[in-house]
Ligand binder design. Structure first.
Ligand SMILES: NC(=O)c1ccc[n+]([C@@H]2O[C@H](COP(=O)([O-])OP(=O)(O)OC[C@H]3O[C@@H](n4cnc5c(N)ncnc54)[C@H](OP(=O)(O)O)[C@@H]3O)[C@@H](O)[C@H]2O)c1
Length: 257
Protein backbone atom coordinates (compact mmCIF):
# COMPACT_ATOMS: atom_id res chain seq x y z
CA UNK A 1 0.00 0.00 0.00
CA UNK A 2 1.38 3.41 -0.96
CA UNK A 3 0.40 4.96 2.37
CA UNK A 4 2.53 2.41 4.17
CA UNK A 5 5.47 2.50 1.81
CA UNK A 6 8.66 3.14 3.76
CA UNK A 7 11.23 0.88 2.13
CA UNK A 8 12.20 -0.23 5.62
CA UNK A 9 11.79 -3.93 4.77
CA UNK A 10 11.43 -6.56 7.46
CA UNK A 11 13.60 -7.65 10.36
CA UNK A 12 13.35 -9.30 13.76
CA UNK A 13 14.66 -6.29 15.66
CA UNK A 14 11.58 -6.13 17.91
CA UNK A 15 11.10 -9.90 18.25
CA UNK A 16 9.76 -10.76 21.70
CA UNK A 17 8.76 -7.15 22.35
CA UNK A 18 5.22 -5.89 23.00
CA UNK A 19 4.20 -2.56 21.48
CA UNK A 20 1.18 -0.44 22.35
CA UNK A 21 0.24 2.19 19.79
CA UNK A 22 -2.44 4.64 20.93
CA UNK A 23 -4.65 5.72 18.05
CA UNK A 24 -3.39 2.73 16.07
CA UNK A 25 -6.60 2.30 14.11
CA UNK A 26 -5.89 4.92 11.43
CA UNK A 27 -3.31 7.25 9.90
CA UNK A 28 0.18 7.47 11.37
CA UNK A 29 -0.77 5.03 14.13
CA UNK A 30 -1.86 2.36 11.65
CA UNK A 31 1.35 2.64 9.63
CA UNK A 32 3.33 2.42 12.86
CA UNK A 33 1.49 -0.73 13.98
CA UNK A 34 2.20 -2.42 10.65
CA UNK A 35 5.85 -1.38 10.60
CA UNK A 36 6.47 -2.58 14.15
CA UNK A 37 4.84 -5.90 13.22
CA UNK A 38 7.07 -6.13 10.14
CA UNK A 39 10.01 -5.84 12.53
CA UNK A 40 8.78 -8.58 14.85
CA UNK A 41 6.82 -6.80 17.60
CA UNK A 42 3.52 -8.00 19.03
CA UNK A 43 1.22 -5.04 18.58
CA UNK A 44 -1.71 -3.74 20.62
CA UNK A 45 -3.82 -1.46 18.42
CA UNK A 46 -5.68 1.14 20.48
CA UNK A 47 -8.72 2.98 19.18
CA UNK A 48 -11.49 5.00 20.72
CA UNK A 49 -14.62 4.64 18.53
CA UNK A 50 -13.58 3.14 15.21
CA UNK A 51 -13.52 -0.59 15.90
CA UNK A 52 -13.71 -1.54 12.20
CA UNK A 53 -10.61 0.51 11.41
CA UNK A 54 -8.79 -1.06 14.38
CA UNK A 55 -9.73 -4.55 13.10
CA UNK A 56 -8.38 -3.62 9.67
CA UNK A 57 -5.08 -2.56 11.26
CA UNK A 58 -4.95 -5.79 13.25
CA UNK A 59 -5.47 -7.75 10.01
CA UNK A 60 -2.49 -5.92 8.52
CA UNK A 61 -0.38 -6.68 11.61
CA UNK A 62 -1.22 -10.37 11.21
CA UNK A 63 -0.52 -10.25 7.48
CA UNK A 64 2.91 -8.87 8.36
CA UNK A 65 3.49 -12.11 10.28
CA UNK A 66 2.99 -10.95 13.84
CA UNK A 67 0.32 -11.24 16.49
CA UNK A 68 -1.66 -8.48 18.11
CA UNK A 69 -4.93 -7.32 19.60
CA UNK A 70 -7.26 -4.39 19.42
CA UNK A 71 -8.01 -2.49 22.60
CA UNK A 72 -10.65 0.19 23.02
CA UNK A 73 -9.79 3.09 25.33
CA UNK A 74 -10.25 6.82 25.36
CA UNK A 75 -6.74 7.96 26.26
CA UNK A 76 -8.15 10.94 28.15
CA UNK A 77 -9.82 8.60 30.69
CA UNK A 78 -7.60 7.29 33.50
CA UNK A 79 -9.89 4.29 34.02
CA UNK A 80 -9.82 3.39 30.32
CA UNK A 81 -6.05 3.71 30.08
CA UNK A 82 -5.40 1.60 33.17
CA UNK A 83 -7.76 -1.08 31.85
CA UNK A 84 -6.04 -0.93 28.45
CA UNK A 85 -2.59 -1.42 29.98
CA UNK A 86 -3.88 -4.36 32.07
CA UNK A 87 -5.54 -6.03 29.06
CA UNK A 88 -2.40 -5.67 26.94
CA UNK A 89 -0.19 -7.01 29.74
CA UNK A 90 -2.38 -10.07 30.23
CA UNK A 91 -2.70 -10.92 26.50
CA UNK A 92 0.62 -9.82 24.99
CA UNK A 93 2.89 -9.24 27.99
CA UNK A 94 4.20 -6.04 29.56
CA UNK A 95 4.55 -3.08 27.21
CA UNK A 96 8.15 -2.59 26.03
CA UNK A 97 7.43 -0.06 23.27
CA UNK A 98 4.84 2.67 23.77
CA UNK A 99 3.82 5.02 20.97
CA UNK A 100 1.70 7.90 22.25
CA UNK A 101 0.16 8.75 18.91
CA UNK A 102 -3.58 9.32 19.56
CA UNK A 103 -4.51 12.91 18.98
CA UNK A 104 -7.13 15.33 17.80
CA UNK A 105 -6.75 18.62 15.93
CA UNK A 106 -8.94 21.48 14.88
CA UNK A 107 -8.39 24.64 12.87
CA UNK A 108 -10.18 27.41 14.77
CA UNK A 109 -9.53 31.14 14.82
CA UNK A 110 -9.07 32.42 18.38
CA UNK A 111 -12.51 34.05 18.24
CA UNK A 112 -14.08 30.59 18.04
CA UNK A 113 -12.01 28.77 20.65
CA UNK A 114 -14.09 28.27 23.78
CA UNK A 115 -12.76 26.85 27.05
CA UNK A 116 -14.42 23.51 26.29
CA UNK A 117 -12.41 23.27 23.00
CA UNK A 118 -9.16 24.12 24.80
CA UNK A 119 -9.93 21.62 27.56
CA UNK A 120 -10.80 18.72 25.24
CA UNK A 121 -7.64 19.31 23.21
CA UNK A 122 -5.57 19.08 26.39
CA UNK A 123 -7.46 16.04 27.69
CA UNK A 124 -6.69 13.98 24.59
CA UNK A 125 -3.34 15.37 23.40
CA UNK A 126 -1.65 15.98 26.77
CA UNK A 127 -3.50 14.04 29.49
CA UNK A 128 -3.63 11.07 27.11
CA UNK A 129 0.17 11.06 26.71
CA UNK A 130 0.66 11.43 30.47
CA UNK A 131 -1.84 8.69 31.38
CA UNK A 132 -0.51 6.08 28.94
CA UNK A 133 3.07 6.82 29.97
CA UNK A 134 2.22 6.60 33.66
CA UNK A 135 0.35 3.32 33.08
CA UNK A 136 3.49 1.57 31.79
CA UNK A 137 6.57 3.45 33.03
CA UNK A 138 6.90 1.86 36.49
CA UNK A 139 6.95 -1.64 35.01
CA UNK A 140 9.46 -0.49 32.37
CA UNK A 141 11.70 0.97 35.09
CA UNK A 142 11.42 -2.24 37.13
CA UNK A 143 12.36 -4.38 34.11
CA UNK A 144 15.14 -1.98 33.12
CA UNK A 145 13.85 -1.64 29.56
CA UNK A 146 11.45 0.69 27.83
CA UNK A 147 11.15 2.79 24.68
CA UNK A 148 8.56 5.55 24.37
CA UNK A 149 7.86 7.77 21.38
CA UNK A 150 5.42 10.65 21.65
CA UNK A 151 3.85 12.12 18.53
CA UNK A 152 3.84 15.92 18.73
CA UNK A 153 3.64 18.21 15.70
CA UNK A 154 5.55 20.86 13.83
CA UNK A 155 2.80 23.10 15.20
CA UNK A 156 4.36 22.69 18.64
CA UNK A 157 7.56 24.29 17.34
CA UNK A 158 6.69 26.92 14.74
CA UNK A 159 3.69 29.19 14.47
CA UNK A 160 0.64 27.50 13.03
CA UNK A 161 -2.15 30.01 12.48
CA UNK A 162 -5.59 29.32 13.96
CA UNK A 163 -4.43 26.44 16.13
CA UNK A 164 -3.73 28.05 19.51
CA UNK A 165 -5.06 25.08 21.50
CA UNK A 166 -3.61 22.32 19.30
CA UNK A 167 -0.19 23.96 18.99
CA UNK A 168 0.03 24.53 22.75
CA UNK A 169 -0.76 20.87 23.48
CA UNK A 170 1.99 19.75 21.12
CA UNK A 171 4.54 22.10 22.72
CA UNK A 172 3.55 20.50 26.04
CA UNK A 173 4.22 17.03 24.63
CA UNK A 174 7.72 18.10 23.57
CA UNK A 175 8.46 19.38 27.07
CA UNK A 176 6.93 16.26 28.69
CA UNK A 177 9.24 14.14 26.51
CA UNK A 178 12.35 15.96 27.76
CA UNK A 179 11.39 15.67 31.41
CA UNK A 180 10.48 11.98 31.22
CA UNK A 181 13.67 11.24 29.27
CA UNK A 182 15.83 12.75 32.00
CA UNK A 183 13.95 10.99 34.80
CA UNK A 184 13.83 7.54 33.18
CA UNK A 185 17.29 7.51 31.54
CA UNK A 186 19.10 5.76 34.43
CA UNK A 187 16.68 2.83 34.03
CA UNK A 188 17.29 2.20 30.31
CA UNK A 189 13.96 3.77 29.41
CA UNK A 190 14.39 6.16 26.48
CA UNK A 191 11.74 8.74 25.60
CA UNK A 192 11.72 10.65 22.33
CA UNK A 193 9.34 12.59 20.19
CA UNK A 194 8.51 12.99 16.53
CA UNK A 195 7.10 16.27 15.24
CA UNK A 196 5.38 15.58 11.92
CA UNK A 197 4.62 18.19 9.34
CA UNK A 198 1.49 17.85 7.22
CA UNK A 199 0.83 14.12 6.75
CA UNK A 200 -1.78 12.57 4.49
CA UNK A 201 -4.32 11.20 6.99
CA UNK A 202 -7.96 11.74 7.95
CA UNK A 203 -6.80 14.36 10.45
CA UNK A 204 -5.07 16.41 7.75
CA UNK A 205 -8.06 15.86 5.46
CA UNK A 206 -10.32 17.52 8.01
CA UNK A 207 -8.51 20.86 7.52
CA UNK A 208 -9.84 23.24 4.87
CA UNK A 209 -8.45 22.57 1.36
CA UNK A 210 -7.14 26.13 0.93
CA UNK A 211 -5.07 25.74 4.07
CA UNK A 212 -3.67 22.39 2.91
CA UNK A 213 -2.66 23.91 -0.44
CA UNK A 214 -0.92 26.79 1.37
CA UNK A 215 0.94 24.39 3.67
CA UNK A 216 2.10 22.29 0.74
CA UNK A 217 3.21 25.43 -1.10
CA UNK A 218 5.33 26.45 1.90
CA UNK A 219 6.93 22.99 2.19
CA UNK A 220 10.25 22.84 0.27
CA UNK A 221 9.60 19.19 -0.64
CA UNK A 222 6.29 20.33 -2.15
CA UNK A 223 4.03 17.59 -0.80
CA UNK A 224 2.46 16.04 2.28
CA UNK A 225 4.22 13.19 4.06
CA UNK A 226 2.96 9.64 3.79
CA UNK A 227 2.01 8.13 7.18
CA UNK A 228 4.69 5.49 6.61
CA UNK A 229 7.33 8.22 6.55
CA UNK A 230 6.38 9.11 10.14
CA UNK A 231 6.28 5.42 11.11
CA UNK A 232 9.90 5.10 9.89
CA UNK A 233 11.05 7.84 12.26
CA UNK A 234 9.10 6.26 15.12
CA UNK A 235 10.63 2.85 14.36
CA UNK A 236 14.11 4.40 14.39
CA UNK A 237 13.51 6.06 17.76
CA UNK A 238 12.19 2.80 19.26
CA UNK A 239 15.08 0.75 17.90
CA UNK A 240 18.68 0.27 18.94
CA UNK A 241 19.69 2.35 15.89
CA UNK A 242 19.02 5.28 18.24
CA UNK A 243 20.57 3.69 21.34
CA UNK A 244 22.13 6.94 22.66
CA UNK A 245 19.21 9.20 21.79
CA UNK A 246 16.76 10.33 24.44
CA UNK A 247 14.75 13.47 25.15
CA UNK A 248 14.91 14.53 21.51
CA UNK A 249 12.30 15.73 19.05
CA UNK A 250 12.82 14.69 15.45
CA UNK A 251 11.13 17.14 13.11
CA UNK A 252 9.92 15.42 9.94
CA UNK A 253 8.39 18.20 7.89
CA UNK A 254 9.79 18.15 4.36
CA UNK A 255 12.01 21.13 5.17
CA UNK A 256 9.23 23.46 6.29
CA UNK A 257 10.70 24.45 9.68
N1 LIG B 1 -1.73 14.24 9.96
C1 LIG B 1 -0.98 15.29 10.19
O1 LIG B 1 -0.79 16.18 9.33
C2 LIG B 1 -0.28 15.45 11.52
C3 LIG B 1 0.69 16.46 11.62
C4 LIG B 1 1.33 16.62 12.85
C5 LIG B 1 1.04 15.80 13.92
N2 LIG B 1 0.09 14.82 13.78
C6 LIG B 1 -0.20 14.00 14.96
O2 LIG B 1 -0.08 12.63 14.63
C7 LIG B 1 -0.95 11.86 15.47
C8 LIG B 1 -1.79 10.93 14.61
O3 LIG B 1 -2.54 11.74 13.74
P1 LIG B 1 -3.20 11.20 12.38
O4 LIG B 1 -3.02 12.27 11.39
O5 LIG B 1 -2.72 9.82 12.11
O6 LIG B 1 -4.73 11.20 12.86
P2 LIG B 1 -6.02 10.36 12.38
O7 LIG B 1 -5.82 9.75 11.04
O8 LIG B 1 -7.15 11.29 12.62
O9 LIG B 1 -6.07 9.19 13.47
C9 LIG B 1 -6.27 9.54 14.81
C10 LIG B 1 -6.14 8.30 15.66
O10 LIG B 1 -6.25 8.70 17.05
C11 LIG B 1 -7.30 7.97 17.65
N3 LIG B 1 -7.91 8.77 18.70
C12 LIG B 1 -8.46 10.02 18.62
N4 LIG B 1 -8.91 10.42 19.82
C13 LIG B 1 -8.63 9.40 20.68
C14 LIG B 1 -8.84 9.18 22.06
N5 LIG B 1 -9.47 10.10 22.82
N6 LIG B 1 -8.42 8.02 22.62
C15 LIG B 1 -7.83 7.07 21.86
N7 LIG B 1 -7.60 7.21 20.54
C16 LIG B 1 -7.99 8.36 19.98
C17 LIG B 1 -8.27 7.62 16.53
O11 LIG B 1 -9.06 6.49 16.91
P3 LIG B 1 -10.46 6.15 16.15
O12 LIG B 1 -10.07 5.53 14.83
O13 LIG B 1 -11.17 5.21 17.07
O14 LIG B 1 -11.18 7.45 15.97
C18 LIG B 1 -7.27 7.31 15.41
O15 LIG B 1 -6.74 6.02 15.56
C19 LIG B 1 -1.77 12.87 16.28
O16 LIG B 1 -1.22 13.01 17.57
C20 LIG B 1 -1.61 14.16 15.49
O17 LIG B 1 -1.74 15.31 16.28
C21 LIG B 1 -0.56 14.62 12.61
Amino acid sequence: MAELSTQSGQSAEFAGRTALVTGGSRGIGRSTCVMLAEHGARVAVNYTTNEDAAKTTLGMVEEAGSEGMIVQADVSSEGDVDRMAAEVRSRLGPVDLLVNNAGIAKNQPHTEVAYKDWKRMFEVNVDGVFLATWAVKDAMIERGFGRIVNVASLAGIILKKDMVHYATTKAAVISFTRHCAEAFAPHNVRVNCVAPGLTDTDLAGSGNPGMIDRLIASTPMGRMALPGEMASVIRFLLSEDSSFVTGQTVVACGGRS
